[in-house]
Design a protein around this ligand. Structure first.
Ligand SMILES: Nc1nc2c(ncn2[C@@H]2O[C@H](COP(=O)(O)OP(=O)(O)OP(=O)(O)O)[C@@H](O)[C@H]2O)c(=O)[nH]1
Ligand SMILES: [Mg+2]
Length: 302
């Protein structure tokens, strides 16, 4: 028997639709169960926890197939008993919520009780898909592009504003502000910003920190300003290591799917050939790179 303490920690994993939440959790489950790969935390025991959801998503992950969109069925249970090198055991609860629920918080000012409870107190892991950031458009840039292309300004009909048109960073800052104050939650928490699909953006040769500052300055400055008491770290994560094959559950127009399939297939084949599947995972922090997804988790447990 190892000597040590046992505690329960809740970490809220949040992010808009398709930000990489389910993929991250699947890769994490693969990693903590893989004895051949070094990491800060590993699985201690199954305990009373129901792992059926984790088993389902990890099977999809191993086949190098995309996860199906998480549906509007409340939170899927994710609980793991993890131990560190000193034998301390922590039960980590990180329920997987549909990104649609976070979108509804921004667009409709709606929040269900179950999700609300899970956001109230614990530390936060915010997933942002680096490949899908809807950046704000500068009027001056648009004008310069038109000039370069020799186009006239088109008289477009005025489009009515809708919350869904807001840039990604505006939506995320609002989400973080909501959970930092009553009645939803509280301030003074730790936050890890995980920029997912890092394999798609690393070509820009930025550190995750610099990427956040360059692509989402409002979000970076909001966290940095300390107004709501965030203590933060920024990581880049490639939880798949590259592009996985499409998932037939995710309805997409046929032509788009066919075009993407050709490129994706090659990447997915290469990933399936990696001997130890957990070695597909890549985590970047500053200039440092590893496969250890449990390191940010450990930081969030303090
Ligand atoms: N290239 C690449 N794509 C990734 C990676 N991780 C996730 N993705 C892609 O990002 C998309 C969204 O991933 P999910 O994990 O389903 O995202 P989610 O946040 O759970 O989405 P919802 O369930 O809709 O809230 C999928 O197309 C993934 O294949 C990665 O490491 N690399
Ligand atoms: Mg999901």
């Amino acid at each position: 028997m190892v000597e040590g303490t046992k505690s329960l920690v809740s970490i809220s994993i949040i992010g808009l639709p398709e930000s990489g939440k389910t993929t991250f959790l699947a890769a994490l489950w693969e990693l903590v169960n893989e004895r051949r790969v070094e990491k800060a935390l590993s699985i201690d025991s199954i305990g009373e926890n129901d792992h059926s959801y984790l088993r389902k998503i990890v099977t999809v992950w191993r086949k190098a197939t995309e996860q199906a969109r998480t549906r509007l069925t409340g939170l899927s249970a994710v609980r793991m008993n993890l131990k560190d090198q000193h034998g301390n055991v922590v039960e980590v609860a990180m329920p997987d919520a549909p990104g649609e629920d976070f979108r509804a918080m921004w667009e409709n000012r709606e929040l269900g009780r179950v999700l609300g409870d899970s956001l109230a107190g614990g530390n936060i892991m915010l997933l942002v898909n680096g490949n899908k950031v809807k950046a704000p458009a500068w009027v001056t840039e648009r004008a310069a592009q038109r000039k370069a292309a020799g186009r006239q300004k088109a008289e477009a009909p005025v489009k009515e504003w809708h919350p869904s048109l807001a840039p990604t960073q505006v939506q995320l800052v609002d989400l973080l502000q909501m959970i930092s104050h009553a009645p939803v939650g509280r301030g003074d928490r730790r936050i890890v910003v995980m920029i997912s699909a890092w394999d798609k953006v690393e070509g820009e040769r930025l550190t995750p920190d610099a990427f956040l500052t360059a692509k989402m300055p409002l979000l970076a400055q909001y966290i940095e300003s300390g107004r709501d008491g965030w203590t933060s770290r920024v990581y880049g994560v490639s939880a798949q290591g590259g592009e996985y094959d499409g998932n037939d559950d995710n309805a997409e127009p046929d032509e788009r799917r066919a075009a993407k399939k050709a490129i994706k297939g090659r990447d997915a084949d290469r990933l399936r050939e990696v001997d130890i599947p957990a070695d597909r995972i890549r985590l970047v922090f500053g200039e440092r790179e590893s496969t250890d997804l449990t390191e940010p988790l450990q930081w969030l447990m303090r």
